[in-house]
Design a protein around this ligand. Structure first.
Ligand code: NAD
Length: 497
């Protein structure tokens, strides 16, 4: 096995000799083995990142030079797209074609930030004094820990690595221990593109082992994290003593609201996709269906019919529409979630169990599941399952639809379906979530910001704010005609001899 930790510009094995096995969620087979970093490796990575940043070796590059670097990485990602997609689909069990779409999105992310960097300029503000030049400059925030999840492994990392490089930061990247392969490949490309030594570092291992130092060490200036709510809270506590900047992309329990006057065919189709694509392992999955009472029966019976027909299958199965859950422990937590839903009185209409097809029984395949008769006090309505579980609630008025959609600690995304665009706009305005789709569900583009209200996180990725997260803003006031301040009345009358 080639060494898989990248520290201070060199590929290294774990100094503790620890190895981690990556297993296929599709059939449990061994995908690969990678190094698992020790505390000493993490220490070295933080050290390398800090030294490279403080030396100014990268921060002194111009915005154009850094943007060109990120553009070169985009070219290399495009060159290796097929190879990277195969690694992502091996690690996650997702369909190869889906992984290929994800890598195309990764390339688009790098291109977006490269273009943004090219356009970046410091600016002068008018402070109302002719003799003063007041310049606002953006500088890299410093050393960043970039920590990613397993559901879109490279994409979620790309949203962090690309802006960190354009901004001129040094970083330590830690992908999920379940899906490390595409991050290793990315770092090979970051190296090939000519990133200075020590700027980009890769640490592998479980968050419980390597995460602590990466989020508490005083030499880290910023933590950008995508993952679960409870991990986000732990990171926030650990980062508090040294007031690190935090960018947190956490969970969601996303309302998908269908009014009776919607294009129901399109709404039902998008509701099925929004909840069950990637087996619900999507932070913005529309797993909380909120439907107007008069069309409830029609909408729900049609969703159930379609849910039964969703084709499950492995990475290479061209007829498959979705794949397995990521791991045994996640599978068990989805099973428990369903058991809780049943116990609290939600009506199980379809699914709720493991797929029993012979070719799937060695993998973590869970059937698309619909719970009807749900109310907001239920665990299954309030908590994220991160699995293929849709809950259904009904509403009778526009005001009630908004109230239900906001009755959650999360605020990541939501959808509204109505042919009355004024009503849809009022509901979109009333919902406290970071992304709202009107008569659509799920698309995003790198040009537009992504992030959560409330406990879905803080900060934004993508758009222009996704770059601002990695910048400090400095105001430089230059007096072009120095004079006395006039406050101190010097008894000597004052002129310096
Ligand atoms: P997770 O919180 O278990 O793990 C995420 C990452 O954090 C992994 O790399 C893990 O090793 C690391 N980690 C774990 N404990 C840590 C600690 N104490 N300190 C530092 N790092 C630690 O989440 P997951 O299961 O990988 O991902 C699923 C979650 O991610 C879901 O809740 C989902 O909604 C969320 N998510 C959010 C977005 C978004 O854009 N808001 C996108 C994707 C996923």
């Amino acid at each position: 096995m080639a060494a898989t930790l990248f520290i201070d510009g060199k590929w290294r094995a774990s100094s503790a000799g620890r190895i981690h096995e990556v297993r296929s969620p599709h059939d449990g087979s061994l995908v690969t083995t990678v190094d698992e970093a020790s505390a000493a490796d993490v220490e070295d990575a933080i050290d390398a990142a800090r030294k490279s940043f403080d030396s100014g070796v990268f921060a002194c590059w111009s915005w154009r030079e850094r943007s060109e670097l990120v553009g070169r990485i985009a070219d290399l990602l495009e060159r290796d797209a097929k190879l990277i997609a195969k690694k992502e689909s091996d690690d996650t069990g997702k369909r190869l074609i889906e992984a290929e779409y994800d890598v195309a999105d990764v390339v688009a992310t790098f291109r977006h930030f490269a273009a943004l960097g090219e356009k970046h300029d410091d600016h002068i503000v008018d402070v109302g004094l002719a003799h003063v030049t007041s310049r606002i400059v953006s500088e890299p925030i410093g050393v960043c820990s970039l920590i990613g999840p397993w559901n879109y492994p490279l994409l979620q990392i790309a949203w962090k690595v690309a802006p960190a490089l354009v901004a001129g930061c040094s970083f330590i990247l830690k992908p999920s221990e379940l899906t490390p392969e595409s991050a290793i490949h990315l770092m090979q490309l970051v190296e090939e593109a000519g990133t200075p030594l020590g700027v980009a570092n890769l640490i592998l291992g479980p968050g419980s082992v390597v995460g602590y130092a990466l989020t508490t060490d005083p030499r880290i200036d910023m933590v950008s994290f995508t993952g679960g709510l409870s991990t986000g809270k732990t990171i926030m506590v650990g980062a508090a003593p040294t007031i690190k900047r935090l960018a947190l992309e956490l969970g969601g329990k996303n309302p998908h609201i269908i009014f009776a006057d919607a294009d129901l065919e399109a709404a039902i189709d998008n509701a099925v996709t929004g909840a069950f694509l990637h087996s619900g392992q999507v932070c913005s999955a529309g797993t909380r269906l909120i439907v107007e009472r008069s069309v409830h029966d029609q909408v729900v019976s049609e969703i159930v019919r379609r849910a039964k027909e969703i084709r499950l299958g492995g990475p290479e199965d061209l007829s498959a529409e979705t794949g397995p859950l990521i791991s045994q422990s996640h599978f068990k937590s989805v099973e428990n979630y369903v058991a809780k839903g049943v116990a609290e009185g939600a009506r199980l209409l379809v699914g709720g169990v493991r797929a029993n097809r012979e070719d799937l029984v060695n993998g973590w395949y869970f059937l698309p599941t619909v719970f009807d008769g749900c109310t907001t006090d239920m665990y299954c309505v309030q908590e994220e399952s991160f699995g293929p579980i849709m809950t259904v609630e009904v509403f009778d008025s526009e005001r009630e639809a908004i109230a239900l959609g906001n009755d959650t600690i999360f605020g990541l995304s939501g959808g509204v379906w109505s042919r009355d665009l004024e009503k849809a706009a009022r509901v979109a305005a009333g919902l406290r979530h970071g992304t709202i789709w009107v008569n659509d569900y799920g698309p995003y583009r790198p040009a537009a910001e992504w992030g959560g209200y409330k406990q879905s996180g803080n900060g934004r990725e993508l758009g222009s704010h996704g770059l601002s997260e990695y910048l400090e803003i400095k105001h430089i006031w230059t007096n072009n005609s120095p004079s006395k301040s006039g406050w101190f009345h010097d008894s000597s009358g004052g002129d310096v001899q």
